[in-house]
Structure formats: structure tokens, C-alpha cells
Design a protein around this ligand. Sequence first.
Ligand SMILES: *Cc1c(COP(=O)(O)O)cnc(C)c1O
Length: 574
Amino acid sequence: MAGVIEQLYELTKEPKIAYFSMEIGVHNDIPTYSGGLGVLAGDTIRSAADLRLPMVAVTLLSRKGYFIQDIDEAGRQIERPFEWDPSRYMELLPQRVTVTIEGREVSLQAWQYNVKSLTGGYVPVFFLDTDLADNQPKDREITAYLYGGDKEYRLKQEIALGLGGVRMLHEMGFEIKKYHMNEGHASFLTLELLNRFKKPIEDVWDEKLVWDKTSVKNLCVFTTHTPVEAGHDKFPYDLVARVMGEIIPVPVLKDLAGKDYLNMTMLALNLSRYINGVAKKHGEVSQSMFPGYEIHAITNGVHSFTWTCDSFRRLYDEYLPGWANEPELFVRIGRIPDNRLWEAHLAAKRDLLGLVREQTGDELSPDVLTVGFARRATAYKRADLLFRDLPRLERIGAGKIQLVYAGKAHPQDEPGKQLIQNIFRYKGLLRDKIKIVYLKNYNMATALKIVSGVDIWMNTPLRPLEASGTSGMKATHNGVMNFSVLDGWWIEGHIEGFTGWSIGPPPHELAPGADADARDAEDLYHKLEHMIIPIFYDDRHTWIRMMQNAIGKNAYYFNTHRMMRRYVTEAYIR
Ligand SMILES: *Cc1c(COP(=O)(O)O)cnc(C)c1O
């Protein structure tokens, strides 16, 4: 314990940026993330540690995790709880704070996990935990399940994260110079800050308060992540009154968070000096969703070292030493001989085929063009677009392509679960013609194997619903080209026939019409047949040029080192 206290003392000497996120993927075996948002948070922190930024992070412990996914032969998802032991990875700290929930004082403790960089820097992540003996049994569960439970449960979690988090950092002795809210889940932190800055007006006979919004705004940065309306948490005020009580007077709260219900996004928008979306297009979409606010855009990235497979790490170490902490060195990708690039790719492909064999018993061929599609199984991502016209797919792809799928559906997302079953059905229908595998329990470890081991990475979201997307950026770090709908980051990364291929119309065409699926599928089949398959089999030289471009033009830019430098110069130090 003495070591932990000394370490905290050292840490608190310098003012910090506090990064708040409901989920953070710090480690594959720590189930405190569900998908893109949490992996991005982890990559953000990994780059901050590499760059030695003065940052600390706050999240919830999620002691019972997100879930482990099994899939039966019919493609039905089976959810198993992921219980883990924090003491195997983290240090429990002595500080305690409380938040009031349903009138009860609920105690919080924190576990510290240090995200360490090879450069010697590190960023401490504090995992908040209500599983304490002095709390009532149901309060001990507040930090148990990531995205579990109902609205009331979510509200309690957000109270723990926002109010509890700020109180915990204060109790530990930190001076915070910026609070960065990664999505609206953490925006209750602004209420704690408002209370801290309120000023009584002394000359008024019935004591009045001035709510110093400017001081709070100057401390806060907000990143919004979804153009999907349902993605923004909203709570009815009667629920808020019952569960949270009156942190600030109701009229003041309604003024900041919305008249009819408490909208976490509105609260963050109204109390942040700097607000951004996660790709240029997403910044524009968010700007039209929230007129009256100035919305910037900082396009996401991925942590280069984390998302590069072993064979490519070795290759880059040999030809581009220093690349991991300076991804700009990818500009020199042309120095790597073609045959070495191809061999590194084949090594990654063999590795993936090994995982496929081990998990499914299916034997895929290293010589066949392998298309990867792995992401959250949810309707707008259209995992089954490729199967729209089965006879056509069969004619184009029989013997020429094989498919690797993966992805979890949220336990309450029935259409998402149905998508997984559909893919199993197509797998049966196309048996012996086009091999299809669905790998279970998509997580950071399987993600790396899939994004590096396939030949192309496909993404088919319905525009403009993909805020950014990051798995395609991971693919480019391993010389894998994207074949995707022009949405999110790919609008910025795509050069047709050079860094990869688009699917469907250009992004400036307005919202897709009812025929979007048909149009997008048509383009997908056309390019697969007339461009991708011929280049892969008959023009290896061009294929390898494109692999180089994926690395030299996409990975070069779409990494979290570049992203963090922008957050520092545009959001944190202003
Ligand atoms: C990168 C990653 C994601 C996010 O991928 P998208 O392209 O944004 O859908 C989701 N889940 C895991 C496990 C990941 O590694």
C-alpha cells in the first residue's frame, strides 16, 4: 500500500487532464469494454502514455464485465457472464467517496491500473467500484455490468461515473486542468463542477446563487460519438429526482439538460468549451443535429503498436525503426521490398487460418482471397448486405473468395442477433461453394488476428450512421485494404483503386433512399467481380502497391498519436 500512496503523491504534483469514459479497453482479459468506444478509449490512453501526456483516466470497474459470446450451430448467440478478479491486475486504493442514490449514501472505492508505454511513460486508469461491504446489496451491483440493466441502472452508473469520479480525483489530491468526456455518459461531472464554482450573491436578502457556467465550460471538453438518436442517454426528470435527488436546482438543470427529459448530450454540449465529432463527416452531421453549438471534428485513430501484428512489427522494426512512437515513418513504406511485405502478410494470414481451424474445425485456403467483416452485430452495419443476391454472389465468388465474420450483438438487440443467425443460414446455403466462418467472442485479441489476416476488410454501414469506425484503420496497419461504404473515416482515407475501394455513392449525396441496399449491393458485386478478384489473382504487383498505400497513406494518418496531438493543441491547452 505504501508504494501506491507514494506513487499517487508523485502523480498529483502536476495538474492533469482527466479522461472520463464509461468503457475502456485496457487489456484483452479485462472485460471493461464492449466495442469501438472502449477500444478507442484504450488506444487514446496508450498513445497518451507513449507521448507522456499528463493524463489520468476514470471509468467503472464492470466487475461482471460485458459478456462472453458463444454461438450454437444455428447461429444463436449465447451470453455467458465474464467474471474476473480485479486484484490480479490492479491495486486497490485506500480513498473512499460517496454519492447519494435514492437517498442512500453509496460508497465508492477505486482500483488503479497503469497503462504503461515502452517509452517509460504511463497513464493511471482509476476503475470505480461500489462493491463495498458498507453498501446495500443492490448498490454493490451498480458498477457490475457494462451496459446491463434498465434506464434506472444506467442512471445510477452515470451518477457513479460523473459525480463519483470527480469526487474521487479530488479526494486523491489531483488538480485537474481539463475534463474530457468521452461520450455523454460522464456528463454529470459538470454538475459537480457547477457546485464547486457556485457563488453566493451577498447583497441579496434571500440568498441567491450565481451558477458560474463559464468556469465549468473552460474546464470541459466533450466528444460525441454517435449520430444515432437512441445513442444519446435521456432520463425522465421524475426518475432523476427519485434516484439522484437535487444536485442543482431543477430549473437550472432543465435549462442545461433539456426541458422534457434530462439529455446527457445536451448537458455536455452546454457545459463544454470544446466539442467535437470523431470524423469530418460526423462533425458535420453532429453540427446539424445540434445547431447553435460549434462542433469541431478530430478524426479517430488507432494505437499503431497495439494494432500491428507480429510479422508486421518485425518488418517495420527492420525497415522503419522508431515507427511505433512515430507512425509518420510509414511515409517511407516504399523502402520495404515487395516480397517481404507479402511474406509478412502471408504469415498473418496463416495465423488467422490457424485460429479458424482451432475454433471451428474449418479449413480455409491461404491462396484464396479472404474477405473480413467483424464488428458489433447491429442492424445499421448491414452484415448481410453481401448476401442480397445469392446466385450472383455464388457466380462471382465460388472458389475465388472465402469469408471471415465475427461480432457480438448487444444482449437486448434482437435484430442484431438475427443478423448472426442469417449469416449462419447463408453459410449453410453456400456450403462447398463459398466458405464462410463466423468466429465467436469478438474481442481485442481476435480483432487483431482478423484485421491482419484477411486480404480485404469490408464495411457496409448505412450512411451516415457510422460516426467513424476504427477496425478499418487497424487493417491498414497490417497492409490490408478497405472495401467500404463512404462513411465515417473512410471518406477521408479512401482513394479509389489506390488505398482501397468504395461501396455505393459518394458521401455528398444526401441521406440514402429506400433503394440504398440495392444500390450498395450492386456496386459491391460489380467491384468484387471486375476489380478486386482480378487484381488479387492476376496482378499481384498492383495488389502490393495498394497494400503499401494502405500503410503509407492510411495508417500514416489514422493513428491515435496524430489524434492525441490534435486533442492537445486544439482542445486541451486552450
Ligand atoms: C476495433 C474494435 C471495434 C470497433 O470497430 P468498428 O470498425 O468501429 O466497428 C469493436 N470491437 C472490437 C473488439 C474492436 O477491436
